[in-house]
Design a protein around this ligand. Sequence first.
Ligand code: ZN
Length: 463
Amino acid sequence: MTHDLVVANGTVVSPEQGRFEADVAADDGRISRIAAPGTLSSAGETVVDATDRHVLPGVVDPHVHHGLFRPLAEEADTESRSGLVGGVTTVGNIFRRGEPYAEVMDDYVAAAEENYRHDYFFTLGLLSDRHVAEIPDVVDEYGITSFKWYGNYKLQVAERFDLERNLLDDVADRFVRRLADLDGPTTLAYHAENAEITQRLSRDLREAGADGYEAIVEKFPGYAEAQAAVAGANLARQHGYDDDFYVVHVSSRRTASDIADLQSLGYGVTAETCTHYLALTCDECDQRMRINPPVRSQADQDALWCHLRDGTIDCVGTDHIANRRDEKVGEDIWDGRWGSPSSATMLPLVLSEGVHEDRISLERAAAVTSTNNAKAYDLYPRKGTVRVGSDADLAVVDLEETRTVTPDLLQSHADYTMYDGWTVTGWPTQTIVRGTLAFDRGDVVADPGHGTHVDRPLAGGST
Ligand SMILES: [Zn+2]
């Protein structure tokens, strides 16, 4: 029997089953067979020889912002091209609009479907009571079950998005209750920031002439993240919301340790951190790393790795935003655009800084870059695992391959990277999206439009 594609002689890495040598076959986009190594190596229309390499579930980057500054039609194309270089097979694109989603989604969905090279799902920011009221329709019509609370915009949405009023806690209260009332699985992605504290500090620091990277670290202290995370978790518990209360981009040791305390008390909290908090410290940051929350100290970085290992933090994402350097970098640290591109370096940095530095195991790396993210967003077991019946989304990884990071290597629209000149060890040699070879030794071979939206809840339910 011939299979559409076979990945032969690799070592499969599965958070559920550990490591084992196998051939993996794909048909009609799904994994159809997992067999003894070498037994299927002549049975594929396309054969990827994975001898001496590891086969990981394709990276699920749960946190990207595509289409924020440029049209989604363009970003879906260029940023999925970049993602494939780093083994990404699915992204969660988080976006927000002031208008009702019923008015904007059709165009947005069409732009995505025609241009993504890998799979994707959406998380919608809820900025108003009207958005909250739209939740059931968004689930039914668009297969979107994840929503984001933008704590940082609390005092800004009226002006910034031309809305009647700001995003105060009464909206959060209704938002959480609405999600708790829904029958199906949902995810509440929560940006934890006490905006009253950060806005005041921001104003005071600017008036005092503070500049340099440390100014944006000081304006957003770790406790202003922790305080909001605890308050949000408390609201979720109050309303009996027992799906995924998911704190995005945890950056501080204070937040991570408070989340550990909440988890030990039985609060359901899922935590995500991003690769820049794991790979960088504020001492080495410049305007390229103008990200909210900011990159913090070595002590914060060390604590995040500990909590990633011990299970307090279960997910890694990137908060990827692609800009050109001249748009990104402003006159000083208060100027310029927030965010930085990083999907393509997500898995390589977790391998290089995590696995090779003995901070986490290879199985844990697969879990935090794929399996757990798929579970948190109800994509599992269609995504996030190497098993028969799941989508054949795979990253074939050479753990020993060392590369020097450059913007060219990463193939993003962005012409800079936070990791320029870094030596990183552990890169995908091939990326496979639903059984199709999408990236092959430096070349992105999947066309725009190969990717598709992952409708949720999954047919047949998720586990
Ligand atoms: Zn974000």
